[in-house]
Write a protein that binds this ligand. Structure first.
Ligand code: GDP
Length: 453
């Protein structure tokens, strides 16, 4: 395998940048471009040690740097690694990388360091994916979920389920092959119990999937209401200091550009808010159609009402449209006193939040309402494991085969048929951990990484 190199820090000026070189010849390459102080050679350095020195390009000094050595197999990739920390200027960093490339390394592809870690058995595929989750985590809870996955929660559980399935398959095979020998008869009830136990364990990996997904991807949200109820004020209030104007959400079906705001640990992706904020009247000016589309296409609707005046015709029309939607009615302007008909709103919308956008009062209540609607609580966060569609599909597929095996057993079908179904479930688990998977899937997983990771 070639020796690869890439800049592992962001492509922007900074205090320090790191160039990572990994492969059989990593220390050779490092020796050609870096001279440790004290007339030493990188080759002679022990693993987990670092040296101060100068990076050179063909004898010409580039920068003073620190080089850290990791020796195989005790490194991230499982190969020899040299990491050069230089001053974080864009030119300096690129120049050191280019010099490494001239001296025997080749450019690393996106995610190639982590891919090698996976190929060398340092990580299973779910742990490799967790590395990407750690990098993209936006808050405490998201990071915790990613850390759990990185520590192997999914991997260990998949392994334990896989072992149980193998044992069941083994019992079945022994019994089918040597029925005359003294092997206890395989009882369908016992098989069912074993399979149901596996089913339970696997289900726990996906039961809070949506909760985790929401934390990672955010909730597409529409803020709607007639003019002057305080939509813009609420938007500004939510934007606060944590406003990110453009969010590029990778891994969704389309890369959408939206405005997003943070509500505690939750991101609300406010689709087409420019439209709402520029027009005074969503319902009349941009037309019922667009308002409806916006409502339909959003996972959450925040319907804003002016708490200080009675409901108008427009309010009533809006309320009726929101039936069956995940929706929060914000009764705004609570600082002025409430005289609107709350009971009428409650007929259609369960979650009511009193709030004063102007006084920035009640945002925590809005956050609690969102958490309630999406069933997000500490327990669901801490037990959300599967972190992407690929993982979920593998587990869903294993569960489906096990369920079919259980009903085949209950219907008294041939054990051969049961055998095939259990084997399929086992295959799905091997895909989950990446133990048995096509190159195309592996490439697809790592293509979502950035270069240098
Ligand atoms: P929009 O048309 O729905 O976007 O409403 P705006 O956000 O432009 O607000 C309309 C008016 O209501 C502005 O004068 C705001 O200052 C005022 N307003 C908004 N929220 C509140 C609030 O919570 N309390 C009070 N007293 N006034 C508010």
């Amino acid at each position: 395998m070639s020796t690869i190199a890439a800049v592992s820090t962001p492509n922007a000026p900074g205090g320090i940048a790191v160039i990572r070189i990994s492969g059989k010849d990593a220390l050779d390459v490092a020796d050609r471009i870096f001279k440790p102080a004290g007339n030493r050679r990188v080759q002679d350095m022990e693993g987990y040690t670092c040296a101060y020195g100068i990076a050179y390009d063909n004898g010409e000094r580039i920068d003073d740097c620190i080089l850290t050595v990791f020796r195989e197999p005790h490194s991230y990739t499982g190969e020899n690694i040299a990491e050069i920390s230089c001053h974080g200027g864009l030119y300096v960093t690129k120049r050191i990388l280019r010099t490494a490339l001239k001296n025997g390394a080749v450019n690393a592809e996106a995610g190639e360091f982590t891919k090698r870690a996976y190929l060398n058995g340092k990580l299973d595929l779910t742990q490799a994916e967790a590395v990407m989750d750690i990098i993209s985590a936006k808050g405490e809870r998201e990071l915790k979920m990613a850390e759990n996955l990185r520590e192997g929660v999914a991997f260990k559980k998949a392994k334990s389920c896989s072992d149980k399935l193998m044992k069941i398959l083994g019992d079945l095979a022994a019994w089918a092959d040597y029925p005359e020998e003294d092997i206890p008869e395989v009882k369908p009830e016992n098989l069912c119990d074993g399979l149901e136990e596996v089913q339970k364990e696997l289900f726990s990996l996906i039961e809070n999937y949506d909760c985790g997904r929401i934390l990672r991807e955010g909730i597409s949200t529409a803020i709607v209401g007639r003019p002057n109820v305080g939509k813009s004020t609420l938007f500004n209030c939510l934007s606060g200091c944590e406003r990110s104007i453009v969010t590029d959400i990778a891994g969704t079906t389309r890369d959408v550009v939206e405005e997003s705001v943070r509500l505690g640990d939750i991101t609300l992706r406010l689709a087409d808010t420019a439209g709402i904020r520029e027009t005074d009247d969503v319902i009349e000016e941009i037309g019922v159609d667009i308002a409806e589309k916006l409502i339909d296409s959003s996972e959450l609707v925040i319907a804003v009402f002016d708490g200080n005046c009675p409901l108008t015709e427009d309010d009533l029309n809006l309320i009726k449209r929101l039936n069956n939607k995940k929706c929060i009615a914000v009764i705004n302007k609570s600082d002025l006193g409430i005289c609107t008909d709350i009971a009428e709103i409650q007929k259609y919308i369960q979650q009511i939040v009193y709030l004063s956008a102007k006084e920035n009062d009640g945002i925590e209540r809005l956050q609690s309402a969102v958490e309630l609607i999406f069933e997000m609580n500490e327990n669901s966060f801490s037990s959300a494991v599967a972190s992407n569609e690929r993982q979920k599909q593998c587990i869903d597929s294993a569960l489906m085969y096990i369920e079919s095996a259980v009903s085949a057993l209950k219907n008294g079908e041939f054990l051969d048929a049961v055998n095939v179904l259990i084997d399929e479930a086992e295959q799905s688990l091997l895909s989950l951990t990446g133990e048995k998977i096509t190159d195309a899937v592996v490439d697809e997983v790592f293509s979502r990484f950035c270069v240098g990771k």
